[in-house]
Design a protein around this ligand. Structure first.
Ligand code: DON
Length: 514
């Protein structure tokens, strides 16, 4: 089964599985295909994380997160007065981190796949060269009549770039013509990328982050993503509450989940960063004692103002739409969860010469200045400050859930800082509230991230009576347009049957299986 945000890409994955490829082969082909059919989000100019669980229970986590260029500095987005220069970390070449996607997909294919690079890139190249037919929900960087459903959308320049990668592999991107095009465009437009930055890019293989919840084992993204740690910190706090008995999105359930989220995000923002640069207090944050201490702070009938919540170990936002997640399970039971991104809307909004793909603005995920909110309203600390070759802290959380050693769920979503609570709710919906995969990804959501101190909710997420109760408890409620796009697979514990759910918030997505 393959579940992605774009149906042509889903079909590419199914084609690879039918041709005998494994889930990693399918993931690599889907990764390249989404760079063509969902160019807002799918990418070769960004980075991300791939979590793999093989049918015999072995796990791999590939970190192909972008890195700061070597010439990056802690204060590079500040003006002479020490204030953040608006847009400097989100638009244009100075916002671009060294892309990791091609290195990540190539490593995955070489180490865990079975098919040739040419085979796995061929569908993406065909979709770029011959074009694909736009449907409602497709996100391509053109306005006007050409973007209408039914129109054909071809990207010959991108086709050529992908052909170079098919022929010469990651070298084409990191040492060859694509690297030269990126650096030339960067230098001509005020960027700081160098050929050395690209040649020195390395993916990292890391141990997945684990926690237990209601007899399930959760495997998710470790630092430099905050995704797994924050998800697990929330799950640890809420594990002892009878959420199912309280009812889905009842005032009581929303209250305790929100208070757990508030505290976990405060910790996230203060403590977590690239493990190559800071020591992340993961064991402390995920200890049972700490979860109990956080539970003890939660008042049964009152919201805690975020101003009163400090990182616990001691001391107007807009959602970009430029991440995407896909989930794949093959016939042998190998599972792959990938979330990758160029961060903001079409990344930094720049392409290098004739390469035909957008570069990321992942540098905005760093703390440009402690205390100043980033694109996602995250108020982050000094530990996530910019440094050469450092990876910016992410919220991406490709996640695989098992029970008694058996695969139960593969999930993830885009959504910036909200990714963590989207994945949380998707898991709770399926495993606590018994929803189908489709219902679990579609159900309306709530979100709290410490600052801003507001309980965000989607239309229909809270009944009028529940909203009233929550307001009476002191929650500033903020209704926000729909967010995220979860792509999940559930495995029936008795039959092993797979159930896919592609979030209806993005109409062009598709879950397909055979
Ligand atoms: O890594 C992160 O946490 C962000 N750059 C993800 C951005 C994202 O999900 C945008 N899509 N809505």
């Amino acid at each position: 089964m393959v579940v992605t945000e774009q149906h042509d890409a889903t079909r590419v994955g199914i084609g690879v599985l039918r041709a005998g490829g494994n889930a990693v082969d399918a993931a690599v082909a889907v990764g390249y295909a989404l760079a063509v059919t969902d160019p807002c989000c799918g990418n070769i100019g960004g980075g991300g994380f791939m979590l793999i669980r093989t049918h015999d229970g072995r796990e791999r986590f590939l970190d192909f997160r972008e890195t700061a260029p070597r010439r990056a500095t802690r204060t590079m987005y500040l003006d002479a007065g020490g204030d953040v220069r608006p847009g400097a970390s989100t638009k244009g070449w100075l916002a671009v981190g060294v892309p990791g996607t091609v290195a990540g997909l190539e490593t995955a294919r070489r180490e865990y796949g079975t098919m040739s690079r040419e085979r796995l890139l061929a569908p993406a190249i065909a979709l770029a060269r011959d074009g694909f037919t736009l449907v409602a929900g497709d996100r391509v960087p053109i306005g006007g009549p050409r973007a209408q459903p039914g129109a054909r959308y071809a990207q010959p320049l991108l086709a050529h770039t992908l052909e170079l990668i098919a022929r010469d592999g990651a070298d084409a991107f990191y040492r060859g013509p694509i690297a030269r095009a990126i650096v030339a465009a960067s230098e001509a437009n005020g960027g700081i990328l160098t050929l050395d930055d690209l040649a020195n890019y390395r993916i990292e293989e890391r141990a997945p982050l684990h926690c237990a919840f209601h007899g399930y084992d959760i495997a998710s993204a470790p630092p430099p993503s905050s995704g797994g740690v924050t998800l697990c910190e929330i799950l640890n706090v809420i594990a002892s509450y009878p959420l199912a008995a309280w009812g889905w999105h009842s005032a009581r359930a929303v209250h305790y989940v929100t208070e757990a989220e508030r505290r976990a995000y405060a910790d996230r923002n203060a403590y977590l960063a690239d493990p190559g640069f800071v020591r992340n207090p993961v064991a402390q944050l995920l200890s049972t004692q700490y979860a109990a201490a956080l539970r003890a702070q939660i008042q049964p009938d009152r919201a805690t103002p975020s101003a009163g919540v400090k990182p616990g170990l001691g001391a107007a936002w807009s959602e970009g739409a430029d991440t995407t997640h896909f989930s794949i399970v093959d016939g042998s039971g190998n599972a792959v969860a990938v979330t990758y991104t160029i961060n903001d809307d079409f990344g930094a909004g720049v392409m290098a010469g004739d390469t035909g793909f957008f570069l990321n603005d992942e540098m905005d995920d760093f703390t440009a200045k402690p205390g100043v909110p980033n694109l996602y309203g995250l108020v982050q600390g000094a530990r996530n400050g910019i440094a050469p070759a450092k990876r910016p802290l992410s919220s991406m959380a490709p996640t695989i859930v098992t029970q008694h050693g058996m695969l139960r769920m593969v999930t993830g979503s885009p959504g910036g800082s909200r990714i963590i609570t989207i994945v949380l709710e998707t898991i709770l919906n399926a495993l606590v509230y018994g929803m189908s995969a489709q219902a679990a990804v579609d159900a309306p959501r709530t979100h709290m991230q410490w600052l801003p101190d507001a309980l965000h909710y989607e239309p229909r997420a809270l009944s009028p009576a529940t909203s009233q109760e929550l307001r009476a408890m002191g929650y500033p409620l903020r209704r926000v347009a729909q967010w995220g796009s979860a792509q999940a697979i559930l495995v029936d514990p008795r039959t092993g049957a797979l159930q896919g759910g592609s979030d209806r918030r993005v109409a062009s997505g598709a879950a397909m299986g055979y």
